[in-house]
Design a protein around this ligand. Structure first.
Ligand code: IPE
Ligand code: IPE
Ligand code: MG
Length: 258
């Protein structure tokens, strides 16, 4: 981590963990082995982020669109999630990591939902880092759900249409609980967002790597952070400008960035 400046870390790192299937296929193994090795990369990345002091890490573990994969692969992913929610419990507790989850969680099988809510409750007071798992998650779906919630509030005369501003929308977006994404990493060589955090990535720095997710480790994270710290974030401004920060953007973030 030699070149990472721990005084200028992103507050929120989000990762599209891609390339598990290709990792396995390159070895002549079933795709599910890639997912299993991917879980090891999750542990390594989570530890490294926690040690550095990154406040929030969001991992894209299963998209809404991934439900349409072959049933055997979907079942294997759900089983792996359930295993990890048991095997990683001590890791989370010992490191005071708060577990959170976003997505249409009600679509997960009951056994996954119950393990997820039990571990989330057990860790809810921890402040070391917030680890958010995006499960059955889609950025468009999250925006649709927010629009429906706001429409209901207008219908019930709780708010006027003119009350719907950025702050009101953000209150309906669970992904914004940990603030906007500063650094968005995608492994696996593709350069696309694949319906991940559409709103909260509005001003994220993107970092793409050809490395496949099971190969990602602490040094991969440090490389991403070094590149992030070499970027100049302008938020639509010109360098040196001081202005009112964007919604949910702390002024110290803006000053650091410019
Ligand atoms: C990412 O790896 C994990 C999930 C989407 C669940 P993939 O399974 O997409 O792996 P590739 O992209 O096919 O190699
Ligand atoms: C994005 O990867 C979803 C996750 C990493 C969970 P995909 O492999 O599903 O995305 P596409 O198909 O390459 O866009
Ligand atoms: Mg993929």
């Amino acid at each position: 981590m030699g070149l990472v400046d721990v005084s200028r870390l992103p507050k929120h790192v989000a990762i599209i963990m891609d390339g598990n299937g290709r990792w396995a296929q390159a070895r002549g193994k079933p795709r599910t082995l890639g997912h299993e090795r991917g879980a090891d990369a999750v542990r390594a990345t989570m530890r490294a982020a926690r040690r550095l002091g990154i406040p929030a890490l969001t991992l894209y573990a299963f998209s809404e669109q991934n439900w349409d994969r072959p049933e055997a692969e979907v079942n294997a992913l759900v089983d792996l999630l359930c295993e990890c929610l048991v095997s990683e419990r001590n890791e989370l507790v010992d490191n005071e990591i708060r577990l959170s989850a976003i997505g249409r969680l009600h679509k997960l099988p009951e056994r996954a939902q119950s393990k997820l809510s039990a571990l989330s409750s057990e860790t809810e007071s921890f402040t070391g880092m917030t680890l958010t798992l995006a499960l059955s998650y889609g950025g468009r779906e999250e925006l649709v759900d927010a629009a429906r919630a706001l429409a209901r509030r207008v219908r019930d005369a709780e708010i006027e249409p003119s009350d719907i501003d950025e702050a009101a929308i953000e209150l309906e977006l669970p992904s914004m609980d940990v603030g906007p994404v500063d650094l968005l990493v995608r492994t696996g060589g593709e350069q696309r967002i694949s319906n991940f955090l559409l709103w909260s990535s509005a001003y994220a720095e993107f970092y793409f790597t050809d490395e496949l997710w099971p190969d990602f480790d602490a040094s991969s994270l440090y490389r991403a952070l070094e590149e992030y710290q070499a970027r100049e974030r302008r938020f639509g401004l010109v360098p040196g400008t001081k202005t009112k920060p964007a919604v949910n953007e702390s002024s110290d973030e803006l000053e650091r960035a410019i």
